[in-house]
Design a protein around this ligand. Structure first.
Ligand code: ASP
Length: 412
């Protein structure tokens, strides 16, 4: 009885750790014979992840964009907020990718996990690639493109679809917004279910890594960990404070002080959704942003603005590609930027949610999904850090937008 009670108290993160430890032990002690069980478990998990990619992108992008609203004021505020959020996420992604390209922590690890060349989409000359990139965003047959697993055309179409929902007459707009927000809620529930079985899948994948590769992969992982951490620190301590100072005209130190309760909650819960009430409280009561801006900008931020997640996901995919010895050219890196942006919008504001959206980026450039397992080793701590950056960026967004609306946050 006591044992069952104890097991019940272990949360998802605890189970994922157990999965990783059991995977390491099984792979090490049992070796290749363990693959009979480990491989189907890992494979099933990856199938589940693949299964949710297309509906998740569709639901999250359309519901996110259509919820920007169409009323004059709301439309203007929504547009501004959207542009601000997307720009900071792109800045974060760029920092992460520069660090990964310069340090290249993944080269030198050789994971024997599966076929790369068949899935990896080689490109030819740069101009030809840029042209085919633009071309591939506009499919002649959307359904065929989706069936082929092409992510970019789907993103392009969903953005258009979401924008034009906001242009519909009231009746249709409300109807479509409701349908897609319910669709998104359903997808969140399915995603949650997939994340719940993650410990078993990760056990299978880690067992396979250790049984076939040994421990070689674990040491360079530390380098990967510090690269991501460095990127997050850069974004939180340089990029965002600069925006606060130059655009928001407020003191970054005072803003951080005002936001401390929310930032600590984000760090300890690893969920920007769970932190949202506190974020709103701190931004409104302690940073002095109006309720009008707070109540619009922050819920939207918690849903679509995840700078830390965007940085993490892009950098993680680059790392995984490097472990396969894949060199991504400039166009492929551009695809990573676009899809990481979309993936961060699609990521739920809950712990570990990136696990479900990283495959979108991998699918777009054809990096094998199996690589996801190794990055799980440091995922919890990085989740805590990236969530803190996500919340901090939302709060900076509220201050900057408030300033452009004529308010004076943190005055006095
Ligand atoms: N845990 C993150 C958040 O809630 C999402 C993620 O990157 O997994 O913001």
């Amino acid at each position: 009885m006591a044992v069952i009670d104890f097991l019940r108290k272990i949360n998802l993160t605890g189970w994922i750790f157990i999965g990783i430890i059991c995977g390491i032990l099984t792979g090490w002690l049992v070796g290749e014979p363990a693959l009979v069980v480990a491989e189907p478990l890992g494979d099933m998990f990856i199938r589940l992840l693949r299964m949710i990619i297309i509906p998740l992108i569709t639901a999250s992008l359309i519901s996110g964009i259509s919820s920007i609203g169409s009323g004059e004021g709301l439309g203007r505020l929504g547009g501004k907020t959207f542009i601000y959020y997307m720009s900071t996420s792109i800045m974060a992604i760029t920092v992460g990718m520069i660090i990964m390209n310069v340090v290249s922590p993944g080269y030198g690890i050789h994971l024997d996990l599966g076929a790369v060349p068949e899935t990896f989409k080689e490109t030819t000359s740069v101009w030809q690639s840029v042209y085919s990139l633009i071309q591939s965003m506009v499919p002649t047959n959307l359904v065929a493109a989706i069936a082929d697993g092409d992510i970019l055309p789907l993103i392009f179409f969903c953005i258009l679809f979401g924008i034009f929902i906001t242009r519909l007459p009231e009746k249709g707009r409300v109807l479509f917004t409701d349908i897609f927000s319910s669709f998104f809620e359903i997808m969140m529930k399915i995603t949650h279910l997939v994340i719940m079985v993650a410990p078993i899948g990760i056990f299978g994948l880690i067992t396979k890594v250790v049984a076939t590769t040994g421990f070689d992969a674990l040491v360079p992982l530390l380098k990967y960990f510090f690269c991501i951490l460095g990127g997050l620190v850069f974004h939180a301590f340089i990029t965002l404070p600069l925006l606060l100072r130059l655009v928001g005209r407020v003191s970054p130190v005072r803003h951080v002080k005002a936001m401390t309760p929310a930032l600590l909650t984000a760090f300890s819960t690893a969920s920007s959704g769970a932190t949202l009430p506190l974020t709103m409280e701190c931004v409104e009561k302690r940073a002095g942003v109006s309720n009008k801006v707070t109540s619009f900008v922050l819920p939207m931020g918690a849903t679509i603005n995840m700078d830390g997640t965007a940085l993490y996901e892009a950098a993680a995919v680059l790392f995984i590609a490097q472990t396969y010895g894949i060199h991504l050219d400039i166009v492929q890196q551009l695809i990573v930027v676009i899809t990481a942006l979309a993936a961060s919008v699609a990521t739920a504001a809950i712990p570990k949610a990136s696990l479900a959206t990283i495959p979108m980026i991998m699918a777009a450039i054809g990096v094998p999904f199996e690589g996801i397992a190794i990055i799980q080793v440091f995922d919890r701590i990085l989740d805590m850090c990236r969530t803190t950056v996500n919340v901090f960026s939302d709060s900076c967004g509220a201050v900057v937008i408030a300033k452009t609306e004529g308010e004076t946050p943190l005055a006095g």
